[in-house]
Design a protein around this ligand. Structure first.
Ligand SMILES: Nc1ncnc2c1ncn2[C@@H]1O[C@H](COP(=O)(O)OP(=O)(O)OP(=O)(O)O)[C@@H](O)[C@H]1O
Ligand SMILES: [Mg+2]
Length: 887
């Protein structure tokens, strides 16, 4: 059982008081809040979402885009350089240009961020609309549907079968309301709730209080009405589900850990860089700015943004492919999923099943069986599933509408015991106009049969004889072999008794059967083959009879030799099950908890498991799986709890979704890995350079400029192409892979940085400053020319290598030739390189501390860049050979 926090005081109080007091205290009535009360209630008691708030306003986004470490440091830089220049020189022009340039940088970086934020928000809003849960509330006397987030304390809410309770409530009215509180208490049983007032003398756990329902509780059957008493974080559920709970798993954990590693590197190295350069160069202000810019340059400040954009962009393209993905870890799970468990209806067979036969115990068509089944389906208040829907279809038969309407008028519902997937049947107690009661039970043949001691045949009721059992089995078996879904129907006369309890469900009279045609989908085999191509194994987990499972599998062409049933499963220990799940692809006659057991066993074997299902019986398994998948038509509770929602229950949709998910994920991990390794390389180079050079290897503003270019390039990465090989198999995200990637590729750039340093220091600069190295120079003008030459040289080398390394590492293949980047990535690369190289010959060079370089330097640069690329390619091969993957 989860560790529960204390119950909200209001809940405690009103559980013990009658509803009139509740209405009075909250100033409401049965007609709901008046519209003018709503805002006041929201102000007083809060919002019904744990995350709502400032992050949604445009102003907040604008602020976040423009006020961040990058722009703040740029700003400080502008101020300091303005002040120092004013102080030292009196070239006013030069001062203002540097401020202008920095302002432009702030503007560019801020706008890019802002646009991105707006874009991803837009994408999210659209998705939100698709995945929102709506609740029925009465406000101002009118029943309306509103998003669950808009609920306030005092709202009058209606609950129906299949709903997930949207807030903590005190019930005011119920009709056979049964709920499952497993999300809250971890107990899987079904509880009946009512609106009766509790007395202080009753000692019980609050979860057992009949008149309280909690956020996250699923309504299994029946109806309820109640007043919201606690919302959002004040609810029991909100208390233990912290908004960022999931952030500590899987992918985000990896991303956070790398940000953290880089941050620690910085925390240690940046002060060292500052002190070393301060000591060796003597200019503390400049060293401070330099260290600060190094810090900015090395912070993966775009990390959260790129991740959100990747996700938003990925979610958008997935939603175009009919797949809605709810959170980042699901995206990752979706990409790394290697086993997909699914139920049968809608995946292997059509969503709608058709009632083919209704017959007595020996197989002759029998209207009475259909009549009772109709009434049972009509009046039970659980979630109507395909079986009920196809029974209810009978009223649409030609000329039968009036007949069934009349029939419904002749009976009313007195009581029920709801459908429960572990019992596999449902009982409704019907009262006729004379006050006579009939208990009607329908469900799984064996389950119903075991509660019968009589059979009815042609109007006579007889005790079941042994050969009676035999003939019953024969009729059913025949239909099962044909792939029919069969349920049994039984009844019992209850006289004037108008309530029913479990003990009444005995000594029933078996009336006959209903058989449904569950047509196999033609496309199923093909879809499963496609999934196999994507290296996703499929397993069928159905609650249905084994014969049907076998028959459908053989029709579709799925191997089912090693089928296991729920009963078989109970004989296996967890360890044995772990072995069997690997060999078995079809499981039948499962209860919801057996579905969970299978998923758990697969996960324990190290698989990333997806579960696709749409019924109440699939909910526990959806929660247990790494990726819970549901469909748009599923019950709300299942949709709420799933990570992924398919707008169409079709395996083809799933396949496209998986592909899209893998691409998105590949782009995210591309960004993270490349950034981490290139930052790592840069840290090393900067530490080396500041220790050995008598001046700063690059000016603060130059570092920031490079950083800006790199950021802009990263922003288009979510739109990059992904090689086919990368998305043709599941890919696991791991922090370990990131670490080794960073350690492997990071230091390579150091080699070329050092060569460049040596070349600049001993060859290029002296050749233009009279053959002397820096330390031999005495003329300050010559010294600053030397520095400008050096810094420009390294600026260009850094820029070229950092931009091109993205292209080298984004693919296993030969960049540009075998694997083309997407147009935006290519464009920004070309424009960036041209503009930044061009910067060194424009009039702005002075402001940026750059200077034009002799043309032959570019010859050197080409050689360096080419050898860097060659070496990386060679090492890339080694890396791939060793670890089997790159990105
Ligand atoms: N509405 C219903 N009324 C009576 N019995 C039902 C009803 N729904 C299901 N059952 C019984 O419960 C059994 C299991 O239900 P069902 O076949 O829907 O399981 P499932 O695991 O959801 O199957 P699938 O894999 O086809 O989705 C059925 O075979 C049937 O005997
Ligand atoms: Mg189902």
């Amino acid at each position: 059982m989860k560790n529960l926090s204390p119950l909200n005081e209001r809940m405690k109080k009103y559980a013990h008081s009658n509803t009139d007091i509740l209405y009075d205290d909250l100033g409401t009535t049965r007609h709901g809040l008046r519209l003018e009360q709503i805002e006041a209630m929201r102000k007083k008691y809060g919002d019904n979402s744990a995350t709502a708030g400032k992050s949604d306003t445009v102003w907040f986004r604008l602020r976040r885009a423009f006020i961040n470490p990058f722009t703040i440091i740029l700003f400080v830089l502008a101020m300091v350089s303005f002040a120092t220049e004013m102080w030292q020189a009196n070239d006013f022009n030069r001062n203002t240009t540097s401020v202008v340039i920095i302002s432009v940088m702030i503007l560019v970086s801020g706008s890019v961020r802002f646009l991105l934020e707006i874009r991803s928000k837009h994408a999210y809003d659209q998705l939100d609309r698709l995945i929102h849960t709506h609740v029925n509330v009465k406000r101002n006397g009118v029943l309306i549907k509103i998003p669950a987030e808009d609920l306030v304390v005092g709202d009058y809410v209606y609950l129906f079968a299949g709903d997930r309770t949207p807030a903590d409530m005190r019930l005011t009215n119920t009709a056979d309301l049964f709920v499952s509180q497993s999300a809250i208490t971890g107990e899987s049983g079904i509880l009946e709730k009512s609106s009766r007032q509790h007395h202080y003398t009753e000692q019980m756990a609050f979860s057992q209080y009949e008149n309280l329902v909690f956020m996250g509780t699923t309504v299994i059957s029946g109806k309820g009405e109640g007043i919201v008493l606690a919302v959002g974080k004040d609810t029991l559920y909100g208390n233990f589900v912290q908004p960022n709970d999931h952030a500590s798993t899987g992918f985000e954990k990896g991303a956070n850990s790398i940000a953290w590693v880089l941050f620690r590197f910085m925390a240690v190295l940046v002060p060292i860089v500052f002190i070393i350069s301060g000591l060796t160069k003597g200019n503390w202000v400049e060293s401070f700015l330099f260290a600060l810019s190094v810090a900015v340059g090395l912070t993966p400040e775009m990390l959260p943004m790129v991740i959100t954009t990747c996700l938003a962009k990925g979610s958008m393209s997935m939603s175009k492919k009919q797949t809605i993905i709810k959170d980042i870890n699901a995206m990752q799970g979706f990409g790394s999923m290697d086993v997909l468990c699914m139920d049968k209806t809608g995946t292997l067979t059509n969503v709608n099943i058709v009632l083919e036969y209704y017959m007595d115990i020996i197989g002759n068509e029998n209207d009475e069986v259909l009549r009772w089944a109709y009434l049972n389906s009509l009046y039970h208040s659980g979630v109507k599933n395909p079986i009920d829907n196809s029974i209810l279809e009978c009223r649409n038969m030609p000329q039968k509408r009036d007949y069934y309407e009349d029939l419904a008028g002749q009976y009313s519902k007195a009581d029920e015991i709801p459908f429960d997937y572990s019992r596999k049947f449902v009982s409704t107690l019907l009262a006729d106009v004379n006050g006579e009661h009939q208990l009607i039970m329908k469900g799984d043949v064996e389950a119903v049969f075991s509660r019968c001691t009589f059979v009815e045949y042609q109007g006579t009721i007889q005790p079941i004889s042994d050969n009676g059992r035999g003939s019953v089995a024969a009729v059913v078996d025949e239909m099962l072999e044909d792939g029919m879904k069969v349920i049994a129907l039984a009844r019992k006369n209850m006289g004037s008794q108008n309530t029913v309890s479990l003990t009444d469900e005995a000594d029933m009279i078996l009336m006959g059967y209903l058989a449904f045609f569950d047509a196999p989908k033609k496309s199923a085999a093909q879809s499963i083959a496609k999934l196999k191509n994507l290296q996703v194994k499929t397993k069928i987990l159905t609650g249905d009879h084994q014969q049907i499972a076998l028959s459908i599998c053989s029709r579709i062409g799925i191997a089912s030799e090693n089928m296991l049933t729920g009963a078989d499963l109970d004989q296996l220990s967890d360890l044995e099950l772990q072995l069997s799940v690997e060999k078995t692809d079809v499981f039948a006659e499962l209860t919801p908890s057996q579905k969970v057991r299978i998923v758990t066993a697969l996960r324990d074997n190290g698989h990333t498991v997806g579960f696709l299902g749409d019924g109440m019986n699939d909910i526990p398994a959806i929660c247990e799986a790494d990726v819970g998948i549901s469909v748009d038509t599923a019950v709300d509770a299942a949709k709420d709890l799933a990570d992924v929602i398919l707008l169409q229950k079709d395996l083809n949709v799933l396949e496209e979704g998986i592909l899209e998910g893998r691409k998105t994920f590949a782009n995210m991990s591309k960004y993270i890995k490349i950034t981490a390794s290139s930052n790592f390389g840069n840290i090393l180079a900067i530490v080396c350079a500041s220790a050995f050079l008598p001046f700063l290897p690059m000016a603060a503003i130059q570092i920031l400029l490079l950083n800006l270019l790199y950021d802009i390039l990263c922003i288009v990465l979510p739109w990059d192409h992904v090689d086919k090989e990368v998305f043709s198999s599941p890919r696991e995200w791991s922090g370990k892979a990131l670490g080794r990637f960073m350690r492997f590729f990071g230091p390579i750039s150091l080699i070329f940085d050092v060569i460049t340093f040596l070349f600049l220091y001993f060859v290029l600069c002296p050749s233009l400053t009279g053959g002397l190295v820096y330390t031999q120079l005495t003329d300050p003008d010559m010294q600053s020319r030397y520095i400008a030459l050096f810094q420009t040289g390294w600026f260009l080398e850094s820029m070229w290598t950092q931009v091109l390394i993205i292209h080298m590492l984004r693919t296993k293949k030969i960049p540009f030739l075998q694997s083309k980047p997407s147009t935006p990535v290519m464009l920004i690369t070309i424009i960036g390189i041209l503009v930044f190289t061009g910067l060194t010959v424009t009039p702005m060079v002075n402001v940026l501390g750059l200077t034009p370089l002799p043309i032959w330097y570019f010859g050197f640069l080409l050689i360096i860049v080419a050898s860097y690329m060659l070496l990386t390619t060679a090492l890339k091969r080694i890396y791939i050979a060793k670890y089997g993957e790159l990105i």
